[in-house]
Design a protein around this ligand. Structure first.
Ligand SMILES: Nc1ncnc2c1ncn2[C@@H]1O[C@H](COP(=O)(O)OP(=O)(O)OC[C@H]2O[C@@H]([n+]3cccc(C(=O)O)c3)[C@H](O)[C@@H]2O)[C@@H](O)[C@H]1O
Ligand SMILES: Nc1ncnc2c1ncn2[C@@H]1O[C@H](COP(=O)(O)OP(=O)(O)OP(=O)(O)O)[C@@H](O)[C@H]1O
Ligand SMILES: NC(=O)CC[C@H](N)C(=O)O
Length: 539
């Protein structure tokens, strides 16, 4: 017999936009009221958005947020007996807490302060928050609900304290960002801690700068079985009905099947691009389309994220551009129906050469001239951006950023680095996966050897190890923090490991100046990788 009807609002908040976030919570509450629900969950820090970073250090931000919470409470007062759990910050005794309150009938029934504050990887919560100490258990229609916030459930203590206070169902509000394999990790980390209680895990969804939240909210029954899972990478509402013991008896959705890993990444990247532009006030994007695989993949992602009408591709041939690059770029742009234009840069390159001829007299041609080409293209794209308001998407992949195989103020110029956490081998796998759904990337772009086309007959492998080898070493060194000896023991040649490790170290300064982009692996360059630029350490 149903005792309590509980709603899950897997919604997409905007960091800092307090009125918009409050309106989203109020909309979900209106839905919950209409459905006759008793309890509604919203994500961790729903009101501020997550992570609000140093906005949290501004007293005015905290004050406005508190006022918004009071207003929200009033706005929902007419939804009689609906308990809305809202994540917000609370200043108390000179300390700031990552909090969640139960709002009902126009007042705050109780407030919980998060116990465990993550301070690793991309998280910085100890910079802002103090830890709460007390459990919170509240009763609705005879069912006892415990409350936890995200990291709390990754440790045994907070769920155990809720259980000790008689909780039959544990409600966990989350802002848990996506990375490959993260859903399994969440389950593995949390399931044992919540055993014996029903657990309702409600996660936020949406892109926020370098992070993308997948939602994927789920319900575990007291035996640890997955009773329900909401869709991934989209907003969703769900209902679970609990019996008098807090056990799930009826669900609005059967467990949602995970998309495979390539589809997950595709959806993560498109959501990240969409939200970065939409939340920043942009509708259109522009990129340099070279006839190579990286810009082809970024174009396909941009079209899926923004729609063909909002994407502009610019081919900028030089004397080193192969005919097939032009043919393939045209074919791809035409197939996708995006605006496409060609700007020949040969004259601009020549003008640079002539201007610098006195200074460069007697010196050999080297990467200087290669970089000038990349910088001319970057300059032209930024001009198009300035004039049209379209954001420049950069096309560098993780393998290139790891090794510095990219030009500062050249192909690195732009606003959002869509595939900066996608290693080159994964670039190919994603391209093939996307073409299986519908062919958008001409086959030759996938099969031809990668080249920067900055000098005659150049290929990437003139300067870099084979991408299979490079990516495996980068994954071991960057994602798993393995030592050179460990990587060698896995069978890689010492001189190749040394070359890669050296390039990673030497290119730190470039990554610091590069555009941000979405994290999809267990460790991305960005918030997650804080290496010194000036660095004397040698292994
Ligand atoms: N520690 C440090 N801190 C701050 N700045 C530092 C620095 N070390 C050098 N620099 C500066 O950086 C400059 C060197 O960097 P930068 O000008 O970018 O140029 P650089 O790294 O020398 O050359 C770019 C490389 O990327 C390759 N590339 C370019 C474009 C596209 C692709 C592709 O396939 O996608 C590949 C190209 O073939 C070349 O091998 C130095 O001249 C110096 O001004
Ligand atoms: N001829 C070109 N026309 C337009 N953009 C270009 C051109 N060449 C390079 N670019 C831009 O600079 C980026 C770096 O490209 P480059 O060809 O040097 O190496 P890449 O990493 O192999 O990229 P891609 O696989 O897209 O060619 C490209 O992805 C593209 O955005
Ligand atoms: N917001 C949080 O507390 C996130 C930390 C948590 N371990 C996660 O990634 O899911």
């Amino acid at each position: 017999m149903t005792a309590v009807k509980l709603g899950l609002a897997q919604i997409n908040m905007t960091v800092g936009n307090l009125p918009a976030n409050a309106a989203k919570v109020a909309d979900a509450a209106r839905w919950a009221h209409g459905q006759g629900l008793d309890v509604l969950l919203t994500p961790e820090l729903a009101l501020t958005g997550y992570p609000a970073e140093d906005l949290l250090l501004r007293p005015q931000f905290v004050r406005q947020q508190e006022a918004q919470l009071g207003q929200l409470c009033q706005d929902m007062a007419s939804y009689t007996d609906l308990h809305v759990v809202v994540g917000h910050v609370r200043e108390q005794g000179g300390l700031l807490y990552n909090a969640a309150s139960v709002l009902v009938n126009g007042r705050i029934l109780a407030t919980y302060f998060k116990h465990e504050l993550p301070d690793y990887g991309v998280f910085d919560e100890k910079r802002y928050f103090a830890s709460g100490r007390d459990p919170l258990v509240f009763t609705v229609k005879g069912v006892r609900f415990g409350l936890n916030i995200c990291e709390d459930a990754w440790f045994p203590d907070s769920p155990a304290r809720a259980r000790a206070q008689g909780a039959q169902a544990l409600l966990v509000l989350n802002a848990s960002p996506y990375s490959l394999g993260k859903q399994d990790e969440r389950h593995a980390q949390i399931a044992a801690h919540v055993a014996g209680m029903t657990m309702v895990y409600l996660n936020k969804v949406g892109g926020q700068d370098e992070l993308v939240f997948d939602g994927a909210s789920f319900v575990l029954d007291p035996a640890g079985g997955v009773a329900m899972r909401l869709p991934v990478f989209e907003e969703a509402l769900g209902i679970v009905e609990l019996d008098t013991q807090g056990r799930p008896v009826s669900l609005s959705a059967t467990p949602h099947v995970w998309p495979d890993s390539l589809e997950q990444i595709w959806r993560a990247l498109t959501l990240a691009v969409h939200d970065y532009l939409a939340k920043g006030g942009f509708t259109r994007a522009v990129l340099g389309l070279s006839g190579g695989i990286d810009s082809a993949l970024v174009l396909a992602l941009a079209v899926d994220a923004l729609g063909a009408a909002n994407v502009r591709a610019v081919m900028m041939p030089s004397r080193y551009t192969a005919d097939i690059s032009l043919v393939d770029a045209r074919e791809m742009a035409q197939g996708l129906s995006v605006a496409y234009e060609e700007i020949n840069i040969a004259g601009l390159v020549q003008a640079y050469d002539e201007a610098l001829a006195p200074q460069f007299k007697g010196l050999p041609v080297d990467s200087t001239e290669e970089n000038i080409q990349a910088r001319i293209r970057g300059n032209l794209l930024m001009a198009l951006s300035n004039k049209s308001g379209a954001l420049v998407l950069t096309t560098g992949n993780k393998s290139e950023l790891a090794t510095g195989y990219c030009t500062l103020y050249g192909d690195m110029a732009g606003g959002f680095a869509v595939i900066k956490d996608v290693p080159k081998t994964l670039v190919y796998r994603l391209a093939r996966w996307r073409n299986q759904r519908s062919p958008v990337i001409p086959q030759r772009i996938i099969t031809r050897p990668p080249s920067a086309e900055l000098r005659p007959d150049q290929t990437d492998q003139d300067s870099l190890p084979a991408y299979e080898v490079l990516d495996a070493i980068i994954e071991a060194y960057v994602e798993r923090n393995e030592s050179v000896a460990q990587i060698q023991a896995a069978g890689f040649a010492p001189e190749v490991i040394a070359q890669v490790v050296r390039l990673v170290r030497l290119s730190e300064y470039k990554r610091r100046q590069g555009a941000i982009g979405p994290k999809i692996t267990s460790r991305a360059f960005g918030r997650d990788w804080r290496y010194p630029v000036t660095n004397g350490f040698r292994e």
